[in-house]
Design a protein. Structure first.
Length: 320
């Protein structure tokens, strides 16, 4: 297929691009490099450096589908400075959808987030039918796009699939996480293990969980990427569908720290600190819908996820 990948110079976008190329697809990446890296775009893809609002210039009727990753994605930053989140994530996507319609592109896969659900009512795995009440402008912007896609599929016949990611980690096909501002747990722990600095921080030790630290559903980016291929195959004209992407199981912050210590064999000093504002105790995906409808199955363990992220961390350190 001939595909446009927005945000293909970013973490998840680059991994999905690499997998699409491996499967024989033709990929153009549209990325403004505001947070992505030109050298993260896998070899074999064409890179167009431009804002997602310029999508009309790179689309044409021969494009079979768009995979839309370009977005701002830091929860805390979105609370402190929401404007760029609405501008990029909502206005940017609106411009993309107008271009998609103009050029008659029939299918779109969207990178959505568990942040659309906000604070869950219980610790039970979250279902797609649960209330979506985001607690940050980031989550609200992703939910707004889900609504936008639904209206586009109803009115204009777009086949759209929105994939709500839980916690993505790991590396695949030489692509991994390279954020200039790193807030995520796994890369922060690996940075400490690699000797980048002092200690890691545990945000919150008084949660009502098995060891007092927050529980999240960590999904290997390779499993996540494979779901995008399934979603592309399943997108049907006029149908909009949301799918959670997670393993269906959770690990506490302390369990992730232990996994990092085991995999790296390095000391990882940690300091306990108060909760980060807005972090729920437990976020775990019910993934039955993606399994049943997309025929998708996440297979990689937390250990594998950490090991692949570690290998990527070491390779990058050796490369610079
Ligand atoms: N954490 C630490 N120390 C750190 C970093 C994180 O203890 O240095 C904790 C957090 O408090 C949280 C867990 O580790 O309990 C995971 O934190 P991340 O920052 O890695 O991920 P989040 O669960 O906060 O964020 C994820 C996605 C977001 C999405 C959000 C939904 O990365 O895109 O879930 O709430 F919006």
């Amino acid at each position: 297929m001939k595909l446009l990948v927005t945000g293909g110079a970013g973490y998840v976008g680059s991994v999905v691009t690499a997998l699409l190329l491996r499967e024989g697809h033709e990929v153009t990446v549209l990325d403004d490099l505001s947070t992505g890296h030109a050298d993260a775009v896998p070899e074999g893809a064409r890179l167009v450096v431009a804002d997602v609002r310029e999508a009309a210039d790179v689309l044409d009727p021969s494009v079979d589908a768009v995979l839309h990753f370009a977005a701002k994605s830091l929860v805390g930053e979105s609370v402190a400075d929401p404007g760029p989140y609405w501008r990029t994530n909502v206005s940017g996507t609106l411009a993309l959808l107008e271009a998609v319609r103009r050029h008659g592109v029939r299918r779109l896969v969207f990178s959505s987030s568990a942040a659309t659900y906000g604070e869950p009512a219980s610790d039970a795995p979250i279902r797609e039918t649960d209330p979506a009440v985001p607690t940050s402008p980031y989550g609200a912007s992703k939910l707004a796009v889900d609504h936008m896609l639904e209206s586009w599929s109803r009115a204009h016949g777009l086949g759209a699939v929105s994939l709500r990611y839980f916690n993505v980690a790991g590396a695949h096909l030489g692509c991994g996480e390279r954020h200039d501002t790193e807030t995520h747990l796994v890369p922060n722990l690996l940075g400490v293990a690699a000797g980048e600095g002092g200690h890691a921080t545990v945000f919150g030790t008084d949660y009502p969980t098995r060891d007092g630290t927050a529980v999240r559903d960590y999904l290997h980016v390779a499993d996540l990427a494979e779901a995008h291929l399934r979603a592309l195959e399943h997108a049907r004209p006029g149908v909009f569908r949301v799918h959670n992407l997670g393993t269906g199981g959770g690990h506490s912050v302390r369990e992730v720290i232990e996994a990092v210590r085991r995999v790296t064999g390095r000391p990882v000093p940690v300091v306990d600190s108060p909760r980060r504002a807005g972090d729920p105790a437990v976020l775990v995906a019910a993934n039955d819908r993606a399994r049943g409808e997309l025929g998708w199955e996440p297979v990689r363990t937390l250990e594998q996820t950490v090991a692949d992220a570690w290998e990527f961390t070491l390779a990058r350190r050796n490369a610079v």
